[in-house]
Design a protein around this ligand. Structure first.
Ligand SMILES: [Zn+2]
Length: 191
């Protein structure tokens, strides 16, 4: 069986929506790419800073609250101090963190990178994302395979697309990864 990996690559930030007091309505907040680390006695508070796209009001998204720096890997702590780009991305793409901090997250712009699939062969397909993704697996599959909803549903019904772990492909979200079988097994002979 042929094995193919598709990776979801993000080409925009995660859109962050929250109520801006100054604007008096919900607006989009843009990640500044900067952390703020504040020492209080023996403890640290660490935030990722956002700005309202309309009025520049800042909002601090809490990452750690009163954490003992001894509990943090020194390398990571250094990355917070130097606003390491990859660390910023990890937090800026983290939907759960945003929800915990009372913000809503939209869907970032993305593209699906990977080899085309021939649905006349059986392929093991692994779809992966560097960040926990809220994208629906059905949408990713339909987009990349060029399937209408009807054609996709038919393939599901016939078992020509199935998830290895048996999750409901009409509903499930990608998160970090999913493994599927796509296509039909070759018929060796007929009758
Ligand atoms: Zn505002």
């Amino acid at each position: 069986m042929q094995k193919i990996i598709w990776e979801v690559e993000y080409i925009s930030q995660l859109p962050v929506i929250r109520y801006c007091k100054k604007c008096g309505k919900k607006t989009e907040y843009v990640c500044s790419g900067l952390f703020r680390v504040n020492a209080q006695h023996k403890y640290l508070d660490i935030w990722l800073i956002y700005k309202c796209s309309k009025c520049d009001t800042t909002w601090n998204s809490t990452i750690y609250s009163r954490i003992n720096p001894k509990n943090l890997n020194p390398e990571i702590l250094e990355q917070f101090h130097t606003n390491d780009e990859n660390l910023v991305k990890q937090y800026a793409m983290n939907v759960e963190l945003l929800h915990r901090n009372g913000a809503e997250a939209g869907i970032p712009k993305y593209k699906i990178v990977g080899q085309e699939i021939n649905i006349n062969d059986l392929t093991q397909l692994r779809i992966v994302s560097k960040y926990p993704s809220q994208l629906k697996v059905s949408i990713l599959l339909r987009e990349k395979l060029g399937l209408s909803r009807k054609a996709f549903d038919e393939m599901l019904d016939f078992g020509a697309i199935k998830s290895i772990s048996g999750v409901d492909l009409k509903k499930s979200k990608l998160n970090y990864e999913i493994v599927l079988e796509v296509g039909k097994e070759k018929q060796t002979s007929s009758n």
